[in-house]
Write a protein that binds this ligand. Structure first.
Ligand SMILES: C[S@@+](CC[C@H](N)C(=O)[O-])C[C@H]1O[C@@H](n2cnc3c(N)ncnc32)[C@H](O)[C@@H]1O
Length: 376
């Protein structure tokens, strides 16, 4: 993600993930309520995985403070629980931007809530969520919003390179071996993610995962293929103009994948570590500023093109710059910005947002109370 707060930063272009958080809010609230009511912990450890840096980063913190504050009052409990928030992302994330915003955030919530504010502490945890991040049974609740579409790596192809027919992720014209390689990588990554979180969650712990999915069963049927297909087209245009070499495009793929609900559920069932409490599918326009439900052309396709391109640039710019160099960025994204309206004029496109709430399985419940009490 692009750090800081400039025009092309993630912080200035994160309206779509904000919408996802809004969609997931009732499910998030129910999961937090479930953890609190079943454990009544005096101290809670809450983790936001893939927190990034921007206006959404502290939204989960606010949500948890709200829910726990209200529950404590409704239960008539005198003692305030204390909450420790862990904000996780890859080490390259702009954690400094997040840390600098904490003072203003605290002033704001103190003003809003006064002495009803639940005491809380915030720390940053750099590292990949495809490995262990926390000690055993030390976390009560995990949230992961808009980050599980990122694989741990681009899958390996023959001789290390995935030849994807000039696509940059799974698309209609991707060879079957490429589709299979992405599918397998996603299954391996999700399995590892579930095993790590299971070890780290205390008994009674829960997590909510929100990410982009697809409706069709065969991977190229997803809309991510179209979405990034338009970026692949923009890269091909730069090849035609002689600005980038074809060889460079042929060897470029994004570590992104949108699974079907069946694929995700199959991995969850196979691992047998979590019960699925909720699994819902929402639809959201590509352009997060377009709130209309009608399925025809986008309401202002030019403006939508700008909005969509801004979000995509903030998300993939660093990977593009690493492979092709940063001199192409402005030209590339201005072509992409023009490609999006052309597509949106044919049909208004929507992402499918999956929100899944999971509860740690309780086969060792006998130890549960002790383990939860021992959590951090
Ligand atoms: C699209 S942003 C979403 C940020 C935020 N959750 C939101 O809702 O706005 C995805 C974030 O996931 C992070 N991410 C991707 N892969 C990760 C991994 N393996 N471990 C930790 N964070 C990861 C990225 O660095 C990025 O900040």
């Amino acid at each position: 993600m692009v750090g800081g707060a400039g025009e092309t930063s993630y912080a200035s272009n994160s309206k779509f993930p904000e919408k996802v958080l809004h969609m997931a809010k009732p499910i998030l609230e129910e999961a937090i309520r479930g953890v609190y009511m079943s454990l009544l912990p005096e101290r809670m450890a809450v983790v936001d995985l893939g927190c990034s840096s921007g206006p959404n980063t502290l939204k989960v913190v606010s949500e948890v403070l709200d829910v726990i504050g209200k529950l404590r009052r409704s239960l008539g409990r005198q003692e305030m629980p204390e909450i420790l928030f862990f904000l996780n992302d890859l080490p390259g994330n702009d954690f400094n931007h997040v840390f600098r915003s904490l003072g203003d955030y605290r002033r704001k919530v103190e003003e809003e809530k006064g002495n009803l504010l639940v005491p809380y502490y915030v720390v940053g945890v750099p590292g990949s969520f495809y490995g262990r991040l926390f000690p055993c049974q030390s976390v009560h609740f995990f949230n992961a919003s808009c980050c599980l579409n990122w694989l741990s790596q681009v899958p390996d192809g023959e001789q290390g390179v995935l030849l994807n027919n000039k696509n940059i992720c799974v698309a209609e014209t991707s060879p079957v071996e490429v589709v299979k390689a992405y599918q397998d990588q996603h299954q391996r990554d999700l399995s590892e993610f579930l095993r790590c979180r299971h070890a780290e969650l205390s008994y009674g712990g829960r997590m909510v995962l929100s990410f982009l999915g697809r409706k069709g069963s065969y991977p190229p049927s997803g809309d991510m293929g179209y979405f990034f297909g338009l970026l692949a087209e923009a890269l091909s245009a730069l090849v035609s103009q002689g600005i980038i070499e074809e060889e460079k495009l042929v060897t470029f793929n994004l570590p992104l994948y949108s699974p079907s609900m069946e694929e995700v559920k199959a991995v969850i069932h196979r691992e047998d570590l979590f019960d699925i409490e909720q699994a819902q599918i929402f639809e959201a326009n590509w352009d997060p500023f377009d709130g209309s439900d009608d399925d025809s052309a986008a309401f202002d396709s030019i403006v939508s093109g700008k909005n969509v391109a801004g979000n995509v640039r903030a998300v993939v710019q660093s990977l593009i710059a690493e492979h092709f160099g940063d001199a192409i960025l402005d030209e590339l994204f201005s072509i992409y910005e023009a490609n999006v309206p052309r597509h949106l004029l044919q049909r208004k496109s929507k992402h499918y947002v999956f929100v899944i709430s999971l509860k740690k399985k309780e086969e060792e419940e006998a130890d549960g109370d002790a383990a939860a009490a021992a959590a951090w």
